[in-house]
Design a protein. Sequence first.
Length: 95
Amino acid sequence: MNDIRNNLVRIRKEKGISQRELAKRVGMTQAAINHFETGKRNLNINSLYKLAAGLNVPVCDFFPKSDYPTTSSKQLCEYFTLELIYELERREKQE
């Protein structure tokens, strides 16, 4: 789980996005983002997908590369992540 948290922080910082901005993008509080990053709150799959969409990355980028021993499993992960991003964008436009 630490690898996931570390990758979340790394990706967010690489993209120059603050916790507050990420929280706004994904409909969470800044405190929730902070708690995810510091381990005070556990990440669930829904949160991972929301965070991936907010950072515009595939959810598999949060996981250590060794967790994806084959290219095809990573491609599958990226496909489902993109599908989720499109769905979230579609819902946003409807609101």
